[in-house]
Design a protein around this ligand. Sequence first.
Ligand code: MEV
Length: 302
Amino acid sequence: MAISVSAPGKLMILGEHAVVYGYPCIVSSVDKYLTVKGGRSFDKNDTFVTGKIRDTSFIKSAIDIIRNKYKLKERIFLETESDLGEYGLGSSAAVTVATVKLLNELFGLSLTNQEAFELSYKAVLQAQKKGSGFDVASCIFGGTIYFDGKSKEVDVFSHDPLPIIVGFSGNKGDTMIMIEKVAELKKKKQKLVEEIFNSIGKLVGQGKRAICKKDWQRLGKLMNDDHQLLIKLGVSNNKLNQLVGEAVRAGAYGAKLSGAGGGDCMIALVSDENRAKVEAAIRNAGGELINVEVGKGTLINY
Ligand code: MEV
């Protein structure tokens, strides 16, 4: 019997990079999914059909960790399907979480969400060495969460959609390279980078309050400030700055890069009246609009 699990993609709203050093962040799941379908197999080895997901290291590491912990002997077959694309919407975390949840269902492991988080995060770190775990938490808990980079505690504080437009900058960012770049800057300019992280940490707390009150003016201002801090950290690029600038000029409450930077996506917070103008501005500046609802993703087992 085959089971399917779909894990949602994510977008960082505020707090990227500082979260790697223990500060909090706000992340929203999106209504685009990566699905893992699979079952027990009688083959000698596990079999994977992963289509567009070329890197199977996250799947393998999730299977390894669960198999060792629960002393599972049986082999499995597994297929993946993704509508997350190559936009930096969190495919690696999604495929890891979906694999862990699939094994949970197949072998009746009764994992709590917290246990699923811990095992999935361990699997991600085994495959890619660095990362705060915010993306794993977002896949498991859905909605919009406040994630503490130090304790890894999760507060799911909203299930409402956020009025956010997403623009792809045209090239893929490399998260590990960007994390390394910040680490290098921190070695050279420790005080400056710590000040930036502190400022980011503060605006994340204010951002949570703004989202709870649906104070979009305030949230937009915080997004603009966060983008400036990310520029100081050296993780933005000309294209992202151009898309962010055009979105704000066209009337967005605020805009920023989202994620590790160096490429991938930017986000812009908009009113209903300005949505079309901001979309046109992003498109005219060469950005590709990604059609997602932000804050509405949720993990699905079937
Ligand atoms: C990448 O989307 C966000 C980073 O903060 C990395 C992480 O938190 O794992 C740069």
